[in-house]
Design a protein around this ligand. Sequence first.
Ligand code: HEM
Length: 460
Amino acid sequence: MSAVESGEFAVLEGARPPAGRPNLRRSLRAMRQNAQTAFRPEDFSADIISQRVLWRSMFVINEPSAIRHVVLDNAANYNKSEVSRRLLEPGLGRGLLTSEGETWRRHRRIMAPSFDPRSVTGYAPIMTNLTNQLLEIWDALPEPRELDVSAAMMQLTLHIISNAMFSSDSDEIVDSVERGVGTYQTKVRPTLPDVLHFPIWLARLLAPIPTRIFDEFDRKVDRLLTERGKMPDTEPKDLLARLIAARDSETGGGMTPKEVRDQVVTIFMAGHETTSLALSWTFYLLSEHAAAETKLHEELAAVLNGRTPTHADIPDLRYTRMVIEESMRLFPPAHTFGREPIADDEILGRRIPAGADVLILPWLLHRKPSLWPDPERFDPERFAPERSAARPRFAYIPFGAGARICIGAAFAMTEAVLILATVAQRYRLHLVPGHPVEPQGLITLRLRHGLRMNLERRAR
Ligand code: HEM
């Protein structure tokens, strides 16, 4: 029996929580190399964890009503955290993930129509067509078919976001983003001067970070924008057209070329890796849980009977969705997000000083024993409607919550359900024996060694 079947995720190599009190060196090393190694067993049960890094205070909020307080009820008192801004801005600039205040509100209003239910319905054929193209490539591989499924999912979701949002099927752009994101995650890590909020110029002097990672990609985006500028402004009506033509309904203002660039990079970055990781972790979990995989196959046979799913099938693909939800509970692709209070606050009876680092960690919250009995066990039935309804609303937050909730949540869930349903009808994926699976918390929750799997063609 594997570690996963026995329910012992905590023993996955490298994710073992160390014993003892938190200490500065270990926390910093964990932050830079693998956030998942920082936690002690008792942290998963805590409501709030506080830690000092020299003169700075950090609080991990791990209780649904307190999370609601930060992201919804008292959200006006919280900005995105300085550390996450310093981590993301060198690559993403001031896109939707990193901007604040009126600029953020204006940009979110401009972009919202590209993510509304009608638009998402329209993207479904792009999602399934590109998945079918990938399966044709898999079909043509010689037996025994073996590949890195996490790399394949990364490429697939990149092509989907590129087609859906920017009407571009350029392999060049996709390859540049892939290279840029990979280097970014491994080279750009929080440094002690950033954690201590040294002025940016001093932090960069003491701990330089590469800023040219996206140069090649930027040149491709420039070309995309130039080509679009030459087209008649009637077609295509995608996110890029919306960004270029945007006139805010309240202010009448448009976006500058730099603002458009920052949103394009943000959507490319935020819009593919998280979904691809959700799918990779799902394929891994299914390969370790035969009963759940059989139940998934039964649903697919009953609802689809071999045909490619459409958007209209999604309400009937209930178990497919539950599998993905449970996978994102155990392996939330966005494992951590941070806030910074503008004025002093009080949470669960603790004073939270202005400027402190307030962290919300789906990785901890989704394994809290009082919310998730037997938390290490993979059990999609937890997401049966009646059981979900019985849980506090802020107990499950893979897409964040409140005003800054993921703008792409519906897009991502539609994409994940359609890809899983399309792939699982044609292939069973088995972990290559002996391949190590280790969660690695960088900006996202990656698989440190990739995911080498054997592809078994299912009988038609
Ligand atoms: C499984 C897939 C995804 C996960 C787990 C995920 C997770 C998240 C989380 C947790 C946040 C909130 C961060 C915070 O509050 O600080 C967020 C924000 C965001 N996400 Fe996603 N995301 C996913 C897919 C997508 C997709 C497909 C897109 C775009 C096509 C996208 C674009 C964004 C953007 C632009 C924001 C910033 C929203 C704002 O601040 O207004 N995400 N995402």
